[in-house]
Design a protein around this ligand. Structure first.
Ligand code: SF4
Length: 290
């Protein structure tokens, strides 16, 4: 979510590595604050329809309450991350001309942002899959999918808008699951035998206490670990694809080799300086403050 005024810059580089998949609000026309719709909740203090600018958005695309988002009831804005889709759409697909300067582009720009964010998130995971697998076939499949996505993103806005995202998503999901299986076996899947029945994809583990347990190689894909106590846990090789970590306690836990972890998941959780993170992720700002 935007932190500083937007500057028009040269088109961004082709998306090749994970560091390209970080949001750069200074090069974005605040697309998350306009294109997306929000309902009033504990994460967002007001109703905002999709396609309308947030009332806290300034004319220079900065956020007027950026340094007070959590106390003002906009916690969701500190969790959201566009995986670098915002600056790509603003600068590459629409050539650095904003929807304010050229309102006719608004609809396409917002639609492209919604699709590009999904594509960037897929790239984030595919890059990890190619790094983690030792299976040449899986590496090739992941690379091919990555190329398809990068080619669409490297074209124009219509290449992105015309892409059939759902079938692509299914293919990506299949490869990610296959790589997960390969990786988790290497980490002695379900490290804690006594937890084997509980640690399943999509499991409801809300508020459960796993403190200091070994969850190595667990398949926690899509599981609900909201407010779960994971302090001092070993999550090496655990699959966290889509795992809900809102308010999960990650203090002193080791997630440095967990699979498919994203910045928004971390932003939604609690942790400390001793939480082990994968190299491409950063400690959320609010962890410093807690
Ligand atoms: S509160 Fe700020 S960061 Fe959140 S949507 Fe509004 S302008 Fe964007």
């Amino acid at each position: 979510m935007p932190s500083s005024p937007q500057h028009v810059t040269a088109p961004s580089s082709p998306v090749l590595e994970r560091h390209s998949l970080r949001s750069d609000c200074s090069s974005c026309f605040a697309l998350c604050c306009t294109a997306l719709g929000f309902s009033r909740s504990t994460d967002f203090a007001l109703d905002k329809p999709a396609g309308a600018p947030c009332q806290n958005l300034a004319s220079d695309f900065s956020c007027t309450i950026h340094d007070r988002l959590r106390p003002r009831g906009f916690r969701g804005c500190t969790v959201f991350d566009c995986f670098g889709a915002g600056q790509h759409v603003s600068q590459k697909l629409f050539g650095g001309t904003s929807w304010r300067t050229n309102p006719k582009t608004k609809q396409d720009m917002f639609a492209a942002f919604t699709t590009a964010r999904q594509l960037h998130e897929m790239l984030w995971h595919l890059i990890e899959a190619t790094r983690r697998t030792y299976d040449p076939d899986l590496k090739e499949q992941a690379t091919e999918l990555r190329t398809t996505i990068e080619n669409a993103l490297g074209g124009d806005a219509h290449d992105v808008l015309d892409l059939a995202v759902e079938p692509l998503h299914e293919q990506v999901r299949g490869v990610l699951m296959d790589v997960s299986e390969e990786v988790r076996v290497a980490y002695f899947a379900n490290g804690g035998d006594h937890l084997e029945d509980a640690l399943t994809p999509g499991a409801d583990l809300i508020g459960q206490n796993f403190r200091a347990q070994s969850l190595c190689g667990a398949d926690l894909r899509g599981a609900y670990l909201i407010a779960a106590d994971l302090r001092n846990c070993d999550l090496s090789g655990a699959d966290l694809l889509g795992t809900d970590l809102r308010d999960a306690l990650l203090h002193d836990a080791d997630l440095s080799t967990a699979l498919y972890l994203t910045q928004p998941q971390l932003n939604a959780a609690q942790g400390n300086h001793s939480t082990g993170l994968p190299a491409d992720l950063v400690m959320p700002t609010h962890w410093h403050e807690d």
